[in-house]
Design a protein around this ligand. Structure first.
Ligand code: PNW
Length: 448
């Protein structure tokens, strides 16, 4: 393997999301979110009985959790704000007690010299707004902008990196097209509308930030590079459609102000004509883009539209969520981003894997060799992209803790820190020990 190397100020961190770790979703005057509803509805939630009611109890353990981050050596921490803690109805009245939690979190991080990266929307829309149509309501862009303004005004002095949305594709595909995620709709006509309003909301929040914010703001997308299974023309066309649907549907409007042509082909009569003004609103200057990378996809034309899992490859390793381990995809997508959208600071805002971890050893250790191997290969993949001239500024491991993996519940463990959900005991796994060394040596340990 070629030697890895990272810029001196490379930002090493870990990521979480509010509903997945906090617990106490209704504490201190918070309004319920769509995930509160969804996880309590046995008709909708796949992992029945698993909810975010307690999760990692981070809401009550924030101080000791930040101390643990410090002990691990994290330089940055990416978290999300539960919109409904701050605005219980989604708009209007601010709940000072909810906002205070995030002010304390940010102050504690800074006191430990850990840089906060704040994501405004990681899927937990206030239920009161879903009652008004959620992301299908064109007013949602303005609701989000108002919420964003509250957060910027409260915290921009202390938070220097902001993220508008986490993974609009997952919100739409899971929430409005396939129904596996909140709010659980399955409607091809809704999907493009939800996507478009999410992107309008992103654009409006960036506009507000340019009025009241002084630091940096960006968008986080999940990118899954698509590779044709064969060199047939049909597979090439199917690959282009899959890439347009999952990857370019969000980056093209944000970066170029246009939607990929393939979306008309994919959605047919469900694809609306969008006003030109909307496209200008969506395309705002960004300070960075955050990329979440987990896997790739190999596309065959004969599989059903538009997402297909691709053939299972005998020569590949798969994670517990069924995702192929393919580190080269991370290098490829970073180089692709630069070629298509030009030079912009990039952060890996999520990367990691769920594996069955063996039971704790007698000395309490959690040996997770598969995750250790996954991480080493992906660190090297980032280093390769940097060597090829891509401006990657940091890496946030998904995830700090084992947590509520959305509709899959607590069965899928992504953490570098093991959480015993009965006792809330935290135990750094071998992968956390590796990561500490990687951070302490800025990656040099990987060359030993
Ligand atoms: C991301 N896909 O979700 C989320 O940002 C996290 O909250 C989540 O826990 C993590 O990845 C692991 O799943 C994704 O199907 C969900 O391509 C699905 C996909 C990608 C990302």
């Amino acid at each position: 393997m070629t030697r890895v190397s990272f810029p001196a100020d490379f930002l090493w961190g870990a990521a979480t999301a509010a509903y997945q770790i906090e617990g106490s979703p209704l504490a201190d005057g918070a309004g319920p979110s769509i995930w509160q509803r969804f996880s309590h509805d046995p008709r909708l939630m796949a992992a029945k009985g698993d909810t975010g009611d307690v999760a990692c109890d981070h809401y009550n353990r924030m101080e000791s959790d930040v101390a643990l981050m410090k002990a691990l050596g994290l330089k940055a921490y990416r978290f999300s704000v539960a919109w409904g803690r701050v605005l219980p109805q989604g708009t209007g009245r601010v709940n000072a007690a909810g906002l205070a939690f995030y002010e304390r979190l940010v102050d504690t991080l800074i006191a430990h010299d850990i840089e906060p990266l704040c994501t405004l929307f990681h899927w937990d829309m206030p239920a009161a707004l879903d009652d008004r149509g959620g992301w299908l309501n064109p007013d949602s862009a303005e609701w989000f902008a108002d919420y964003a303004r509250v957060m910027f005004q409260a915290l921009d002095g202390r938070v220097k990196k902001w993220v508008t949305l986490n993974e609009p594709w997952v919100v739409t595909d899971g929430g409005y097209l396939h129904g596996a995620l909140a709010p659980g709709h399955r409607n091809m006509f809704e999907a493009p509308i939800a996507s478009h309003n999410l992107m309008r909301a992103h654009g409006r929040a960036v506009q507000v930030y340019r009025e009241v914010g002084a630091h940096q703001i960006g968008l986080v997308v999940n990118i899954e590079p698509k590779y044709p299974a064969t060199d047939s023309a049909a597979d090439a066309a199917a690959t282009a459609r899959a890439d347009a649907y999952m990857n370019r549907q969000y980056l093209d409007p944000a970066m170029l102000g246009t939607y990929p042509d393939e979306l008309r082909e994919i959605f047919g009569e469900a694809w609306p004509e969008w006003p030109t003004d909307d496209m200008a609103l969506i395309r705002q200057r960004l300070d960075f883009v955050g990329i979440n990378y987990y896997t790739r996809n190999v596309v065959t034309a004969d599989a059903s539209w538009p997402l297909n899992a691709g053939p299972v490859r005998q020569d590949a390793t798969y994670t517990e969520t069924g995702w192929e381990v393919y580190p080269q995809g991370l290098t490829d997508l970073l180089v692709w981003f630069k070629d298509r959208y030009g030079d912009l600071p990039l952060y890996i805002t999520e990367n990691g894997a769920a594996f069955y971890d063996p039971p704790q050893a007698e000395d309490g250790a959690v040996h997770d060799p598969l995750r250790v191997s996954y991480l080493k290969k992906h660190f090297a993949a980032v280093s390769d992209a940097i060597a090829q001239g891509v401006d990657v500024r940091g890496y946030m491991l998904w995830s700090l803790f084992d947590n509520l993996e959305w509709s899959l519940g607590y069965s899928k463990r992504f953490g570098m820190v093991h959480v015993n959900f009965a006792t809330q005991e935290r135990t750094p796994k071998d992968s956390a020990k590796l990561y500490s060394q990687v951070i302490a040596t800025n990656g040099a340990v990987l060359n030993d």
